[in-house]
Design a protein around this ligand. Structure first.
Ligand code: TYD
Length: 388
């Protein structure tokens, strides 16, 4: 199936059809115009970011919400700014995931491993764990195949493990993959017949309920529900056997799937569009955020420089006049600027004592509020700008 074919600026393709059900592209329900890449942290203020179209539409048959334009994965992922172990709550989360599924001696492949925090947690519990991860600039805590998941990566993984995988994990990966059915096909090939595939992704149901339009950025090609993901699994010969709601990234889904048995055809869950509720909540935040920041002008700084802050601040056109600086725990981001803005990123130790800190990494609000100095109140922009 040809999903994307028109080249824009040599590095960006226009989606022609739904990547799961093949439905032709429809009009976007939200068009944010030209936006910088969410992780394109610059060393100079404001300028220097390449911008690409950012808009979302909803597929008709499977209900998949997805971007209209696909930026080349080489542009997005080969020099990556996000480092898992810089977010301590994610380290705990992955330790919990490994604790739930690790088996001594099991062959585990983690796809999109970043610095290998998750496979290392499996290895610490006695599994034999390897990583498949394309980023060249991030060191990995376990043996790594530096590739996107493709035929070559599958055969290298089988060689390295001396057999197929008992467990394959892909956390926060599926939403990033253009050819999702091809990706799941590779998962199926790499997975032993009695193996399990565990995937996690931010739940479009939760994003829509919160109007969290800041989760929309070029890396997130798909906004998946259980219904749309189950559709994709079925196309790839996999069958969901368990669904968990988990709190990470503002509310995610974790699915446990296994190879489908011969002649097994899974029933598909029905899907009701969540777009109207999403748009209502998103528009309310877009209108209110500048008003909220204006009311704290001169007394507020930001906390965190997550990828989603790029969308939030560029979509609402917030710059250093309203948010003079932010702080972040990721060494790579410190000394740089939130993409497309002149808002500098300082180390966490340099927050100072603003009266209010707008927590841009609002999914970690609980942890971050605990770190705030006395006299600084925490606030979040999403679900609706408010002091906590
Ligand atoms: P995160 O929400 O994990 O991801 P994304 O970039 O995909 O939106 O990003 C959280 C950011 O917040 C990350 O840059 C690290 C930073 N952070 C802190 O600076 N301090 C903290 O205490 C926590 C939990 C995160």
């Amino acid at each position: 199936m040809v999903l994307t074919d028109t080249v824009v600026a040599g590095q960006c393709l226009v989606a022609q059809a739904c990547r799961i059900c093949g439905d032709p592209t429809r009009e976007p329900f939200l068009d944010l115009g030209l936006m910088p890449l969410a992780n394109d942290y610059q060393t100079e203020p404001g300028a220097g970011c390449q911008r690409f179209p950012l808009a979302v539409w909803e597929g008709g048959k499977c209900g998949l919400v997805q971007l209209t334009h696909v930026v080349s994965p080489e542009v997005l992922f080969e020099d990556y700014a996000y480092v898992t172990s810089c977010s301590l709550p994610m380290v705990d989360h992955f330790a919990g995931l490994a604790g739930q599924f690790a088996v001594v001696g099991a062959k585990v492949v983690d796809i999109g491993s970043n610095d290998g925090t998750l496979p290392a947690a499996f290895a610490a519990l006695g599994s034999i764990a390897i990583a498949i991860e394309p980023a060249r600039n991030i060191e990995c805590k376990v043996p790594k195949i530096t590739r996107f998941l493709d035929e070559v990566a599958v055969s290298e993984a089988i060689d390295l493990l001396r057999g197929k995988a008992d467990i394959i994990t892909a956390t926060n990966v599926c939403a990033h993959v253009d050819d999702l059915l091809g990706f799941l096909g590779h998962v199926r090939t790499l997975l032993a017949d009695d193996g399990h595939f565990i995937a996690e992704w931010p739940d479009w149901g939760k994003i829509a309920a919160a109007g969290a339009f800041d989760q929309i950025y070029h890396e997130h090609l798909s906004y998946l529900t259980f219904a749309s993901f189950a559709h994709a699994l079925r196309e790839a010969g996999l069958q969901a056997v368990q669904l968990q709601h988990i709190p990470v990234h503002g509310g995610s889904l974790r699915i446990l799937a296994r190879p489908a048995r011969p002649n097994e055809i899974a029933p598909l869950p029905t899907y009701k569009s969540l777009v109207p509720g999403f748009m209502q909540a998103a528009e309310a935040t877009m209108t209110e955020l500048p008003v909220f920041l204006e009311s704290w002008k001169g007394r507020i700084a930001a906390y965190g420089a997550p990828a989603k802050a790029t969308t939030l601040l560029n979509a609402v056109k917030i710059d250093e006049g309203l948010l003079p600086y932010t702080v972040d725990s990721t060494p790579f981001k410190v000394g740089r600027y939130i993409p497309g803005t002149s808002i500098p990123i300082r180390p966490e130790s340099e927050l100072g004592n603003p009266e209010c800190a707008l927590i841009l990494a609002w999914n970690f609000a609980e942890e971050i509020v605990r770190k705030l100095p006395e006299g600084t109140r925490g606030a979040v922009p999403i679900p609706f700008p408010r002091v906590l």
